[in-house]
Ligand binder design. Structure first.
Ligand SMILES: [Fe+2]
Length: 133
């Protein structure tokens, strides 16, 4: 799997959101390079962390969009909810049957989705956030 690195082109104009996104990319990288990445214990911990991180980050982002009265908030929130559901479903599926999901599956879902989402939906709130800064 090709790994993405965060760079300035991913900036959404808000320091906290950029920091969250950077942590995310770093986490994916570390996980993919970890020698025990396919061990059950490591997977269980990482999936749990990713699920929690996703919930925390998406909530923080929605709060920011609300603060700047972003007009696309409801639509963006719906996209977040669909993604959070997917992540939590992957977590449940893994707990039920660890053989059903490999580390690469999780990493690909997370990385591709975030990269796409940051460059697409998240970039749209950038001018609104910047206006308020
Ligand atoms: Fe978002």
């Amino acid at each position: 799997m090709e790994l993405l690195e965060w760079n300035d082109s991913y900036s959404v104009g808000d320091a906290l959101m950029d920091a969250h996104h950077q942590v995310f990319f770093r986490m994916v990288r570390q996980f993919s390079q970890s020698p025990e990445r396919d061990s059950h214990d490591a997977m269980k911990k990482r999936i749990a962390f990713l699920a929690e991180y996703t919930t925390m980050h998406l909530g923080a982002e929605e709060k920011l969009m609300q603060q700047v009265s972003y007009p696309g908030l409801e639509q963006h929130r719906a996209v977040h909810q669909a993604f959070a559901k997917r992540v939590h479903a992957a977590k449940e599926a893994y707990i039920k049957n660890p053989g059903s999901i490999a580390a690469d599956d999780i990493l690909t879902i997370m990385q591709e989705w975030f990269a796409d989402h940051i460059l697409g939906e998240d970039k749209k709130y950038m001018p609104h956030v910047r206006q308020q800064a």
